[in-house]
Design a binder for this molecule. Structure first.
Ligand code: AMP
Length: 312
C-alpha cells in the first residue's frame, strides 16, 4: 500500500524526505510541473510511479521563464486539487516552494518577480544577481525566439530541481519537445547524473494537446484549437503517402492553420528533434512543430514524422 502524500515547501524538508527514501533503498523519480495538473501531468506521474519507488512532483510557477506581459500572474494555481491528482496517480511527495525559497535573490516588486540578468531588455548590461544556466543555440529558435530568456529560466529551474531532489530519473512531456531537447542537452553537457525520460503527449478527444493554458480559450477558440493537431496529422499523412519535401509539408501545415478562424500562425516547421535545425527533406526522423495564437493564448504542438514505412 502507498503511504499518504507528503507536501513540503522548503528545500530542506525536500532533502530530508528524499534522503529518508534513499536510506530505505528507494529509487527517486521527479516530475517537474507548474501545477494546474491535468491528465498529461497524470500520465507522467503514473509512468514515474511505475519506474521509481518514491515519486516527487514539484509544483512551481517559475517566474524566471516568463517575460513581463506573459501570463505569470494569471497562470492557474490550484494546489489542493493538484495534490489530490498527484496522490491518485502515485506521487509520494509534492514539493511546492514559493519564489523566495527558490530564488532568494529575486526582486519580488517586479512583475513577474525578476532576477537582474545580462541581456535582458533595455540594452543595458548589468551584473547577474544569480547564477543561471544557458543552453545556447537550441534556446534561440522557435519557442526561444518567441519567448527570449524562456529556456534560460527553464534550464536554470530544472537544474536547481535536479540538485534539490537528486532524482534517479526525471519525467518530461514530449508535448514541450524543445524544452525536452534543452533539458537533455544540459544534462549531457553538464554531466548531470539523472536519466531524462520522455513521455508521450496526452490529448483531448478532438486531438488538442492537453495544457494548463487551454482554460484561457473561449468556447469558440476551443472549438478551433485542434487546428494544430489537424495540421500535424495532415503532414503525417502526406509523409505516409510518400512526400519527403519539407517545403511542401510546411505549406500544408501552414494552410490548415491559416484557414482556421481565430488562429494566428506563429510557425509550422520540420526540424531535427535534437538540434531543432530546420530540415529540407524527411530522411529518417523529423519533428513537425507548430505554434499558433488564439487571441492572447499561445498553443504549441508537435509530432514525429518518419520516412520509414511503419508509422504509428
Ligand atoms: P507544465 O506544468 O506545463 O510546465 O508541464 C509539466 C510537464 O508536463 C512538462 O514536462 C510538460 O511537457 C508535461 N506536459 C504538459 N502537457 C502535457 C501533455 N498534454 N501530455 C504529456 N505531457 C505534458
Amino acid at each position: 500500500m502507498k503511504n499518504a502524500l507528503i507536501t513540503v515547501a522548503t528545500i530542506n524538508e525536500l532533502r530530508q524526505k528524499v534522503s529518508s527514501a534513499r536510506a530505505r533503498k528507494e529509487s527517486i523519480g521527479l516530475v517537474p510541473t507548474m501545477g494546474a495538473l491535468h491528465e498529461g501531468h497524470a500520465s507522467l506521474i503514473r509512468q514515474a510511479a511505475e519506474e521509481c519507488r518514491f515519486v516527487v512532483v514539484s509544483i512551481f510557477v517559475n517566474p524566471m521563464q516568463f517575460r513581463p506581459g506573459e501570463d505569470f500572474e494569471r497562470y492557474p494555481r490550484m494546489l489542493e486539487q493538484d495534490c489530490e491528482l498527484a496522490a491518485r496517480n502515485g506521487a509520494a511527495l509534492i514539493f511546492a516552494p514559493n519564489v523566495a525559497e527558490m530564488y532568494p535573490a529575486i526582486n519580488p516588486s517586479l512583475s513577474p518577480p525578476t532576477l537582474t540578468l545580462p541581456h535582458q531588455g533595455g540594452g543595458k548590461e548589468s551584473a547577474p544577481v544569480t547564477t543561471y544556466v544557458e543552453v545556447p543555440g537550441l534556446s534561440d529558435s522557435f519557442e526561444g525566439k518567441a519567448r527570449p530568456g524562456h529556456f534560460r529560466g527553464v534550464a536554470t529551474v530544472v537544474l536547481k530541481l535536479f540538485n534539490q531532489a537528486q532524482p534517479d530519473r526525471a519525467y518530461f512531456g514530449q508535448k514541450d519537445a524543445q524544452q525536452l531537447a534543452v533539458v537533455r542537452k544540459m544534462v549531457r553537457d553538464l554531466n548531470v547524473p539523472v536519466e531524462v525520460v520522455a513521455c508521450p503527449t496526452v490529448r483531448e478527444a478532438d486531438g488538442l494537446a492537453m495544457s494548463s493554458r487551454n482554460i484561457y480559450l473561449s468556447p469558440e477558440q476551443r472549438q478551433h484549437a485542434n487546428a494544430l493537431y489537424r495540421a500535424l496529422m495532415q503532414a503525417k499523412e502526406r509523409v505516409q503517402a510518400g512526400e519527403r519535401d519539407a517545403v511542401l509539408l510546411r505549406a500544408t501545415m501552414a494552410e490548415i492553420l491559416d484557414e482556421t478562424p481565430g488562429c494566428q500562425r506563429e510557425y509550422a516547421e520540420l526540424v531535427n528533434p535534437s538540434t531543432f535545425a530546420v530540415v529540407e527533406r524527411i530522411e529518417g526522423e523529423a519533428l513537425a512543430v507548430v505554434a499558433a495564437r488564439f487571441g492572447s493564448t499561445r498553443l504549441i504542438d508537435n509530432t514525429m514524422l518518419t520516412s520509414e514505412t511503419s508509422i504509428v
